[in-house]
Design a protein around this ligand. Structure first.
Ligand SMILES: Cc1ncc(COP(=O)(O)O)c(C=O)c1O
Length: 386
């Protein structure tokens, strides 16, 4: 069989076989509506509540602070929209490199005249300037600060504790999109003084269409949808029971293997950087490369100009290398990446995101670099003979 290298784990991850087993077992045996009072319903309720307890322990939260959602986009929307709708937030402080689920939601609310959006300055690695965050928080106390833990396109990471402290100093609410980091790093909701955190199961070898929003117990918010009182009146609609079971299982597995996986995948990323630099010297990198300042699962490379920039991903795909240009959510669209634009990436170069996960091996890295080098050589885009 032809080799394929799946290096798009920041877009989504393959399901862990143990997660598949947990989901299928639940689908086969638990069929009641969790809101029903008979025992089939109570069984489903029991499964949801034990998943909630298990997840809450992993992030030092209370079970009632875990609100199940359909994933990251919904979690970000609930946090931001409810902060404006229910908490009296009139100013949102965020960055130009956030995921569109945050940026477009905030901008939409501003367009409706419900709040103002203030974008912090970011440095050339895509990291929000702390002085800029502090200046805006001081100017707009009581605002919502929404800054992602690690950028999904370039991997640059921020210190959540520093931002959480700063938010509290100025009486601001603090939301972080932790979609790329929950399950990859230990996160303690109390240590970082979070009000909202967003999680999506499919980024950590769990199923698509399920996630949770951490909502600090002190916040009184209500559902964006009407017609159901589920999830403490914060998310109306019958729960995705088997998805919740899969989410909890994927979080548990991620937690058990977190330290070893961080080390193993960081080694793979470092190896990728070393090998690609040696093989294609014209390659540059976007975002922070340091292990402490960067997500170990993401590497964004800047490819020298070719005669077929728009076709590079397609050519890699034809060779069996699966990766992304910009964020996955944009990969079907012709538009460039707002993140690369914000960090001043030259528009004649192509940014390619390679992202690693639990099933990535050294062979995948070697294969991808070989294929990229071959494609660039055919184009004459590089000076080296490979
Ligand atoms: C940082 C970030 N936030 C939010 C999302 C959206 O998550 P979901 O696909 O679960 O809606 C993604 C997915 O690409 C992401 O990377």
């Amino acid at each position: 069989m032809d080799m394929k290298a799946y290096l798009d784990n920041a877009a989504t991850t393959p399901l862990d076989p143990e997660v598949i087993d947990a989901i299928t077992d639940c689908m086969s045996n638990i069929y009641g509506n969790p809101s029903a009072t008979h025992s089939a319903g109570r069984n489903a309720r029991g499964v949801i509540e034990s998943s909630r307890v298990s997840i809450s322990k992993l992030i030092n939260a209370k079970p009632k602070e875990i609100i199940f959602t359909s994933g990251g986009t919904e979690g970000d929307n609930i946090a931001i929209r409810c902060a404006v709708k229910d908490l009296g937030v009139k100013h949102i402080i965020t960055s130009p490199t956030e995921h569109k689920a945050v940026l477009e939601t905030a901008k939409e609310l501003a367009k409706e005249g419900l709040c103002e959006v203030h974008l912090v300055e970011v440095d050339e690695l895509g990291r929000p300037e702390l002085t800029s965050v502090a200046d805006l928080a001081a100017a707009y106390p009581g605002s919502l600060i929404s800054l992602m833990h690690a950028n999904n396109e370039i991997g640059t990471k921020i210190d959540l504790e520093v931002i959480g402290n700063l938010a509290k100093e100025f009486g601001c609410y603090f939301h972080s999109d932790t979609v790329q980091t929950l399950g990859h790093y230990p996160i303690d909701t109390k240590a970082i003084k979070a009000d909202f955190l967003t999680c999506s199961a499919h980024k950590l070898n769990g199923p698509k269409g399920i996630g949770f929003l951490y909502v600090n117990e002190g916040l009184k918010i209500s559902s964006l949808f009407t017609g159901g009182g589920q999830e403490r009146n914060i998310r109306a609609g019958t729960e995705n029971v088997s998805g919740i079971v899969g989410l909890a299982k994927s979080m548990e597995i991620a937690q058990e293997n977190m330290a070893e996986e961080e080390e193993r995948i960081q080694d793979l990323k470092s190896y990728f950087i070393e090998q690609i630099t040696e093989t294609i010297p014209e390659i540059a990198f976007n975002g922070d490369l340091s292990p402490s300042g960067s997500l170990y699962t993401v590497l964004n490379v800047s490819v020298p100009p070719t005669g077929f920039n728009n076709l590079l991903l397609f050519k890699l795909d034809m060779e069996g290398v699966y990766c992304s240009g910009g964020s996955a959510c944009n990969s079907g669209a012709a538009k460039g990446s707002h993140v690369l634009e914000a960090i001043g990436h030259p528009s004649d170069r192509q940014g390619i995101r390679f992202s690693f996960g639990r099933f990535t091996k050294k062979d995948d890295v070697d294969f991808a670099i070989d294929k990229l080098a071959m494609i660039l050589k055919e184009d004459g885009a590089t000076s080296r003979v490979y």
